[in-house]
Design a protein around this ligand. Structure first.
Ligand code: ATP
Ligand code: MG
Length: 572
């Protein structure tokens, strides 16, 4: 029979003060609530409370995987370098791959992901199209020698991942496996209490997506996103080709040079001219990887996106004073007119069609109004360069985009034949021909997911666990364990609740009420039942819902039924 846990016995060493180097709420609160401890940079121990939550995340994953016929198994963490040579990733992976030699000087890597291992596993034994598709997965520690391990569980060097690999005979079958995993990942996020957006990580040749990242929305997230409430579109700002509204600039339509005696920001220029910032052009002077000098022109209210720029120019740098001079550009008043002939002029695609550009005149204190591409200067290339931002139009439906930050908790990917071809993993098709498997891979950061849940569910006092992943569902807080009314009532509640299948922890410590309340809020179990003398005498206890702070007096003999119902309905 399942019984309740006692706070006095729980290994959950709480901290009164905020740990010095913990910037993120999840990092700080998981440390303070006695749930994780750092061993070394990027290496964490999961203490009992965290491990209970991790177990729940794993079981949500397992249920969702079972529903789509994915089978759980395990491959070794240590992987033979020979496999990485076959896939070509031994070199490609770089310093993130943790490499080890055994006593015979044979090289290995600690798996950062396991495409090679799973491809190797099936390549000699999954022989016929009749056996396909097959999806295999594991939940296991992964190792990555991250450049900057940080934020506690968010970016560790050893972390828990669920990784799945599908093997199909046809593209249709791969698509089906991929869609099933993608749908399962959406459900897993939802069940774990995460508000997450599926963000297209790249789009396939045939229109659909071939990789999606699930981003848990959080201000602390590393990814910058734009999304559309109308049609569900979501993308990284660097991947989104948003629709940018370009207001026309001032002027008569004829090229006109005007004095602009303002300090060199676009904001100051726009306000001096009495126009929106978007009506002016931003000029970014850079040197492409091949050494070429480039002037990139953008809507004045948008930034050059780094990833898009890398795409267009390779590893680029901003122009030095010397290079500006060579290009015929005057800092603060840059523009294409009057610049050197060798300067490559590129402009953001959103500007195509705009005919009255406000741009620098390459002369201190002057700008041109109504400069017109094709008439007053040439644009060599129109490129997608501007980072999408809030208010831009959705590329799918045109509605205004919203912006948010996100934490990547999982990713699904159609690999195609990349690994099966490189590693010679084939099956016999209907006509007996050997063909490489079409593969998909699907990863969830289990430990990162725990941190993401805390990022979305906390307040100034501590964590507010959703029931589905809470270490315990109910905490009973007897205010005085020596009181011969309060204590027996609390124990009786704990017993009856656990008999009803609820996970209970009883704060049996001889601590002051203030200490107990603070710890209860910090650890953040979803429901608190406070047993004080006055309430118990009246046949009641106080029920507090951690996340909302809502409190109510409930009769002791109704409490078990009421809580059992509320808890079970929220377990999902
Ligand atoms: P990131 O861009 O954050 O480095 P990734 O795209 O390299 O992640 P994947 O290879 O897609 O990560 O791994 C699958 C999942 O594993 C990720 O979605 C993420 O949730 C998790 N993950 C990846 N790296 C780490 C890490 N260093 N610590 C914790 N979780 C991680
Ligand atoms: Mg990823």
């Amino acid at each position: 029979m399942k019984t309740y846990a006692k706070m006095s016995r729980l290994y959950a060493p709480t901290l009164k003060e905020d740990p010095a180097d913990a910037e993120l709420a999840s990092h700080r609160l998981l440390l303070r609530a006695g749930m994780i401890r750092k061993g070394a940079s990027g290496l964490y121990s999961y203490l009992p409370l965290a491990w209970l939550s991790i177990a729940k995340i794993k079981s949500i994953i397992r249920e969702e995987m079972e529903a789509i016929d994915a089978q759980e198994m395990q491959v070794p963490i240590l992987t033979d370098a020979a496999l990485w040579h076959q896939s070509g990733r031994w070199e490609v992976y770089g310093p993130e791959l943790m490499r080890i030699d055994d006593r015979h000087d044979h090289p290995y890597a600690l798996g950062p992901t396991h495409e090679e291992s799973f491809t190797d596993l099936v390549r000699n034994e999954l022989r016929s199209y009749k056996q396909l598709p097959v999806t295999l997965y594991q939940i296991q520690d992964k190792f990555r020698d991250e450049l900057r391990p940080r934020f506690g569980l968010m970016r560790g060097r050893e972390f828990i991942m669920k990784d799945a690999y599908s093997f199909s005979a046809t593209q249709e079958s791969l698509q089906e496996c991929y869609d099933q995993e993608k749908d399962a990942y959406a459900r897993i996020c939802e069940r774990a209490g995460l508000r997450a957006l599926p963000v297209v990580a790249d789009s396939g040749q045939i229109g659909g997506d071939t990789s999606v990242e699930f981003m848990a929305l959080a201000d602390s997230g590393e990814a910058e996103l734009v999304y559309c409430d109308s049609c569900g579109f979501a993308a990284d700002t660097e991947a989104a080709a948003s629709v940018i509204d370009i207001p026309e600039g001032p002027g008569s339509g004829e090229l006109e040079k005007v004095a602009t005696p303002v300090e060199g920001t676009l904001e100051a220029l726009a306000s001096f001219l009495g126009v929106e910032q978007g009506a002016c052009r931003k000029s970014v002077a850079l040197v492409a990887e091949d050494g070429g000098l480039v002037l990139a022109l953008l809507p004045g209210d948008h930034e050059l996106n780094d990833v898009k720029a890398e795409h267009a120019f390779g590893h680029y740098a901003m122009m030095s004073a010397n290079e500006l001079e060579r290009a015929g550009l005057v800092a603060g008043y840059m523009g294409p007119i009057g610049a050197s002939k060798d300067l490559r002029i590129v402009a953001d695609v959103s500007l195509k069609g705009s005919v009255r550009w406000t741009i620098g005149a390459n002369e201190e204190g002057f700008h041109y109004l109504s400069a017109r591409p094709g008439r007053d200067f040439e644009v060599d290339e129109w490129l997608d360069l501007a980072g999408a931002r809030e208010g831009d139009g959705c590329p799918r439906c045109g509605a205004p985009l919203k912006s948010a930050r996100g934490i990547e908790v999982s990713q699904v990917f159609q690999l195609g034949t990349k690994y099966s071809e490189a590693m010679g993993a084939t099956f016999a098709d209907e006509d007996g021909r050997e063909r490489p498997f079409l593969m998909g891979c699907y990863g969830i950061g289990v430990s990162r997911m725990l941190a993401a849940v805390v990022e979305q569910h906390h307040d100034g006092q501590g964590i507010c666990w959703p029931v589905s992943v809470a270490p315990y569902e109910v905490e009973i807080v007897p205010l005085d364990v020596n009181d011969d009314l309060v204590w027996p009532a609390a124990v009786d509640l704990a017993e009856r609740l656990s008999q009803a299948g609820i996970e209970v922890v009883l704060d049996d410590r001889k601590e002051r009420p203030g200490v107990k309340f603070a710890d209860a809020d910090l650890m953040g179990f979803p429901f608190q039942v406070v047993c004080g003398k006055r309430a118990v005498k009246a046949g009641n206890a106080e029920l507090k819902v951690r996340e909302t702070g809502e409190r109510s007096d409930v009769a002791l003999d109704e409490l078990v039924e009421l809580l059992a119902e509320r808890v079970k309905s929220q377990r999902i």
